[in-house]
Structures are given as C-alpha cells and as structure tokens.
Design a protein around this ligand. Structure first.
Ligand SMILES: [Zn+2]
Length: 132
C-alpha cells in the first residue's frame, strides 16, 4: 500500500520509523514515537515561552518551563522504562544505551532476538512475566 506521494516520503520514512525487528514485533514502536513527540513538544513549549511570548511574566515563564520539563521527563521515563522484552522483562532501550551510547538505535536495530533471553519478541507460553 503506497500513497501517490509515497515516493517522496517512503525512503526517509521507512528509515526513521522502523526501530528494528524486535520493536516492530512487540508493537512498541509507538512508545518511541511518543518519546520523539514528547521531546519535540517540550522543546517547542520552551521556545515559545522564551521567544514567542514577549509580554510573558516570570511566573508564566516558570510555568511553561515546568510543563516543558515535565513532558521531557515523562518522555524519558517512557523511553528508559517501558520498552521491554515481553518474555523476560529486559529493558531493551536501557541496555542499548549501555551497549552503545551514541549508536543505541543502530544496536537496537541489529537485534533479531532479545539479547537477554533469546526470545523472538513473542511471548512464549512456558515463560512467566518478570522471570530473570
Ligand atoms: Zn527477553
């Protein structure tokens, strides 16, 4: 399925959108998208409060900065806390940033199975949640 304008976006789009087979298979890509949007939103709020609202009071600026910080913090929480292996609970993003800080995305992309338990990303019936 390719829209008529697909040739413009499919190249860049597929590279940006795919976080690798593990993330795709476990349907966790939305979390990483949410993080992107959250971080972007935090920056936008910050920029608007600082430069686009000239008559803003210090208190309002603090409010905007606070909101921006909360959104950024929530995004980081999703990012580092919720992208996990459904079989063993291993935190993939945390692991990826530890393995290769600067190229964590590439590392994550290279993983075909969970690096901890070897699960393909589908929950096996003989394993329970939280098992190490
Ligand atoms: Zn696992």
């Amino acid at each position: 399925m390719r829209p008529s304008w697909g040739y413009l976006t499919s190249e860049a789009g597929s590279r940006v959108i795919s976080y690798g087979p593990l993330i795709d298979r476990t349907h966790q890509a939305w979390k990483l998208h949410a993080v992107n949007i959250g971080v972007l939103l935090a920056i936008v709020i910050h920029v608007i409060a600082r430069w686009a609202l000239p008559g803003i009071s210090r208190r309002e600026l603090a409010l905007f900065s606070g909101a921006s910080a909360v959104i950024a913090a929530l995004s980081l929480l999703i990012f580092f806390g919720t992208v996990r292996c459904p079989a063993c609970g291993a935190n993939w993003v945390w692991r990826a940033t530890k393995e290769r800080a600067g190229r964590w995305l590439q590392w994550l992309h290279e993983q075909q199975v969970c690096p901890v338990c070897g699960s393909s990303g589908n929950v096996p019936s003989d394993r329970r949640w939280g098992a190490e």
